[in-house]
Design a protein around this ligand. Structure first.
Ligand SMILES: NC(=O)c1ccc[n+]([C@@H]2O[C@H](COP(=O)([O-])OP(=O)(O)OC[C@H]3O[C@@H](n4cnc5c(N)ncnc54)[C@H](OP(=O)(O)O)[C@@H]3O)[C@@H](O)[C@H]2O)c1
Length: 269
């Protein structure tokens, strides 16, 4: 009998999702999941049995691709458009989540913008573009997610950055948003602990994504600079970050809250 290898692989991953999954029965919302780190996290959580809400701002095709991959792995997924820097859109995101899957167990605050400017080029528009999504949006999304959690605890993962620890040149505003994310994680970990909701920061080092490739700095030696600073000698992949997100989402990290997990091949300074 000839069994086509690709069919066998699909069957194996579906069987795994059904019987051995770490997140079976959980509902996860991943913001900014149409590409990059968010897409990899959404797929990873889905492959472990979570029902996943794949949020996106503009890239519907990307989000639909991610949702379809999750369905192929044997779980459920929906893609939902919402600009998570806006309170009204955030409400819509969780209304659609409730309609599709009911309550929320896992929130990954991944959506974020990065843009680097020297001090003399700073203005209010630059500040608000980055802070309104990376900080205000994260807080409002968390508020709404917690209101939809079902009283049995939960896990919130805030995607921060190595930039909060070792800011790159011209990154004062972006790095400040990620410093804020780390403090917010610690503060909310305390506040939400009585409800058994864990809150942790996940801080990628330089990671190869569409967003990084689109940076003007990418053409000016960004990758070389990042690799030089990384003891393990390469840029991270979105999959590297997704594996750590799965750890923080699952019971494997059930005794961990208020922590910052740096995932960057040893990058520190
Ligand atoms: N890549 C790195 O080296 C690195 C390092 C440290 C930390 N991080 C952090 O990791 C996160 C993801 O970075 P990435 O490199 O994967 O980014 P990316 O490739 O640029 O992807 C960004 C994602 O966020 C979504 N998004 C943007 N604005 C949004 C909004 N207002 N509402 C909802 N979704 C929105 C995008 O959706 P659409 O495509 O639909 O617009 C896209 O799915 C960010 O928080 C970033 O700060 C990245």
């Amino acid at each position: 009998m000839i069994i086509e290898l690709s069919n066998l692989r699909g069957w194996t991953s579906r069987k795994r999702t059904k019987y051995m999954a770490k997140l079976k029965g959980k509902v996860a919302v991943v913001t900014g999941a149409s590409k990059g780190i968010g897409a990899a996290i959404a797929e990873k959580l889905g492959s472990e049995g979570a029902k996943v809400v794949v949020n996106y701002a503009r890239d519907k095709a990307g989000a639909d691709r991610v949702a379809n991959k999750i369905k192929q792995s044997g779980s459920e997924a929906v893609s939902v458009q919402a600009d998570v820097s806006k309170a009204e859109d955030i409400k819509k995101l969780f209304a659609e989540t409730a309609a599709a899957f009911g309550g929320v167990d896992i929130l990954v605050n991944n959506a974020g913008v990065y843009e680097f400017r020297p001090l003399e080029a700073l203005d209010e528009a630059h500040y608000h573009k980055i802070f309104d999504l990376n900080v205000l949006g994260l807080l409002l999304t968390t508020k709404e997610a917690v209101a939809h959690m079902n009283g049995q605890g939960g896990s919130i993962i805030n995607v921060s950055s190595i930039a909060a620890k070792t800011p790159a040149v011209n990154s004062s505003v972006y790095s400040a948003t990620k410093g804020a994310v780390d403090v917010i994680s610690r503060a909310l970990a305390l506040e939400l602990a009585p409800r058994k909701i864990r809150v942790n920061s996940l801080s990628p080092g330089a990671t190869d994504t569409e967003g990084v490739h689109a940076l003007p700095e990418y053409k000016n030696g960004f990758e070389q600079m990042a690799v030089t600073r990384t003891p393990l000698g390469r840029m991270g992949t979105a999959e590297d970050i997704a594996k750590a997100a799965l750890f923080l989402a699952s019971e494997d990290s059930g005794w961990i809250t208020g922590e910052e997990l740096l995932v960057g091949g040893g990058i520190r300074l």
